[in-house]
Design a protein around this ligand. Structure first.
Ligand code: NAP
Length: 277
């Protein structure tokens, strides 16, 4: 098949075991040319010999890294049809004591990292009056709880930016899709625990230490949605001619979306029971 018939999809955060890696494989299975990116090429080693993937190291915190990858992709394929802002970090800590550097790092990755890619890719998509931008948010935004305030706030900011981008980019021919996962199997708990191990000892929240640590793994229970299943459904939605503005899927996504509409005192009661605070 002529490569010009295939959509070129660039995805951030494609380390093996995570949602980005599963999305990369699901887009490839749907006849797309996939630019799979992650901070280290070694984390995508299993995709190395497969011609459907163009592997690139990309750090969403770096302008130079984003620009380098973009020029290599445009040189090779001449276009980017779909950008998936998947790279993200979880961060658990009580807000009254979280080091501001940890709060900033969460926003830098989840919010500014995604915006860096949007600003880099939008002019190119606008010049073709064609393209799709997918931002990966989180269902936790619909019912924010304790211990993951930094992460939830960063994803809430991303949801708000996504809503505005959808309206602002529409006249330029670009569709914007908010993909909102529920609990999906990935490496997110491992990296959250690694970050948590670098946190200072809590002063006010010492008695909650176990509950805070547990929050890092909350999405990774036995009922979490398998990564492949999540990726397959997401890719089917994104590749539609008229993709939805909001696509949410995964364990707990429906129940949390319902909780969003409950009176605050009921919502708080349920969350306090679940999160032990
Ligand atoms: N899993 C869930 O239940 C769930 C629920 C809601 C939302 N989400 C969202 O889904 C997305 C994917 O997360 P995941 O669950 O698949 O977690 P994951 O397995 O930890 O994957 C996160 C990916 O982001 C990458 N990343 C982190 N910082 C980066 C940076 N500065 N530049 C480039 N890449 C960076 C990680 O790279 P390294 O391997 O180098 O660290 C990894 O490839 C995230 O946006 C997350 O917030 C996940």
């Amino acid at each position: 098949m002529d490569p010009y018939d295939k959509q070129v999809v660039l995805i951030t955060g494609c380390s093996a075991g995570g949602i980005g890696h599963a999305l990369a494989r699901a887009f490839a299975a749907n006849n797309c040319l996939v630019v799979a990116t992650s901070r280290s090429r070694g984390s995508m080693a299993d995709l190395e010999q497969d011609h459907r993937f163009f592997l690139q190291e990309l750090d969403v915190l770096s302008d130079a890294s984003v620009q380098d990858v973009l020029s290599r992709v445009l040189e090779r394929y001449g276009r980017i049809d779909v950008l998936v802002n998947n790279a993200g970090v979880q961060c658990v800590a009580p807000l009254a004591e979280i080091p501001l550097s940890a709060l900033q790092n969460t926003f830098n990755t989840n919010v500014f990292g995604s915006m860096r890619l949007v600003q880099a890719v939008a002019p190119h998509m606008a010049s073709r009056k064609k393209g799709k931008i997918v931002n990966v948010g989180s269902i936790t935004v619909m019912a924010p709880g304790p211990w993951s305030g930094a992460y939830t706030a960063s994803k809430a900011a991303l949801h708000a930016l996504t809503d505005t981008l959808r309206l602002e980019l529409r006249p330029l021919g670009i569709d914007v899709i908010n993909v909102v996962p529920g609990a999906v199997t990935s490496n997110i708990a491992n990296s959250a625990i690694a970050t948590y191990s670098r946190m200072p000892e809590w002063k006010l929240y010492k008695p909650f230490e176990a509950a805070i640590r547990e929050r890092a793994s909350f999405s990774q229970g036995i009922r979490s949605t398998p990564t492949e299943e999540f990726a397959k459904k997401t890719v089917a939605a994104v590749l539609k001619k008229n993709p939805p503005a909001w696509f949410s899927y995964g364990h707990l996504s429906t129940i949390v979306a319902i909780m969003h509409h409950l009176p605050l005192f009921i919502k708080d009661f349920i969350i306090r029971k679940a999160m032990k605070c």
